[in-house]
Design a protein around this ligand. Structure first.
Ligand SMILES: [Mn+2]
Length: 318
């Protein structure tokens, strides 16, 4: 698999790297990291990353501008994106000469002449590290830093269950080989504005918790404006509710007036949640999923479904 991906990269002179909308550090780290790796290995190739830039993560690196007329001669590599509709920065994968998919989400759309999809991997950044060490691709310090930040972010600092001995081994090898100063990278990754911390405080105070172990909170446009944060950042705070005795599954509903939707972010420390979210126009990992709904009317349905999931989980556990 890795050899086949390497061969395709070697064969193509123009390579475009895409990832999902609403870029997070794993999406940015893997795409920017892979761009640098390909350039390091093949300096003559044209390599571009596409998609909207995320000002919050500007320390991850820059996104490229590319003339779309190049697409027809280019190899497209799609990272960290299970479904076609969530690929950022391109209209159709059919505009490209060839397509490779590399992802660690459960498969939704099958695409690409080569696909490497493995939902046991901690992050796509880990997969890019494995790709490097399994082929003749050369890594450099800048790429290693990006990959490290993406992996650390997707595993929540090696906390999540899909962090394995392999994860530790390859990260440690990469640090040895490139000499990155990895602890200094945490500054960029974890420093946050006071407004966001205050919103987090609000969320802790106002989380509603059912007797079955479902925690949920509704963040209206009014509340989001009051804390002067953007709607996406409130959803990111969902990861900070992981260690509460009374809460098994938790969900935030954040209104985004500009986009005319409500972002639903769900996490779990037991029940498998992605099937429920797939029924509500979303999906994701077993213990980390999301959806986009149109109005708060759909909130009740999701809350009921997830609460039911908690009930079943507790019954089965006994
Ligand atoms: Mn990811």
């Amino acid at each position: 698999m890795k050899k086949a991906i390497y061969k395709k990269i070697k064969e193509n002179d123009i390579i475009v790297i895409a990832r999902h909308i609403g870029a997070d550090p794993d999406a940015l780290g893997s795409s920017i990291g892979l761009r640098e790796i390909i350039k390091e290995t093949f300096p003559k190739k044209e390599v571009y990353t596409v998609g909207a830039s995320a000002s919050k993560f500007k320390f991850m690196g820059t996104i490229d501008k590319i003339n779309e007329s190049k697409f027809k001669d280019a190899l497209l590599i799609v990272l960290d994106t299970p479904d076609l509709k969530r690929i950022d920065g391109i209209n159709s994968i059919n505009d490209f000469k060839d397509v490779i998919k590399i992802d660690h989400h459960p498969e939704i759309d099958e695409f690409g002449s080569i696909k490497w999809v493995d939902d046991t991997k901690s992050s796509v950044c880990q997969m890019i590290m494995e790709l490097c060490y399994g082929t003749k691709l050369k890594i450099n310090k800048y790429a290693a830093e990006r990959l490290f930040m993406g992996l650390v972010s997707d595993t929540n600092r090696f906390l999540f269950y899909y962090t394995t001995a392999d994860t530790m081994r390859i990260v440690s090898k990469m640090i040895d080989d490139t000499g990155i100063d990895f602890t200094s990278l945490y500054d960029d990754l974890y420093r946050r504005p006071l407004s966001e911390i205050r919103l987090q405080g609000y969320m802790y105070q106002n989380l509603i918790v059912t007797e079955n172990g479902l925690g949920y909170i509704k963040l209206t446009d009014e509340i989001i404006k009051q804390f002067e944060v953007d709607p996406a950042s409130s959803g990111n705070l969902v990861n900070n509710f992981n260690n509460i005795d009374e809460v098994l599954v938790w969900v935030t509903f954040s209104e985004d007036i500009k986009q005319g939707l409500i972002r639903v972010n769900v996490r779990s420390r037991g029940p498998v949640i992605n099937k429920v979210l797939e029924r509500h126009n979303g999906g994701g990992h077993k213990f980390a999923s999301g959806a986009r709904i149109k109005t708060f009317d759909e909130m009740e349905d999701i809350v009921n479904d997830l609460d039911q999931l908690c009930i079943e989980y507790k019954k089965y556990k006994k």
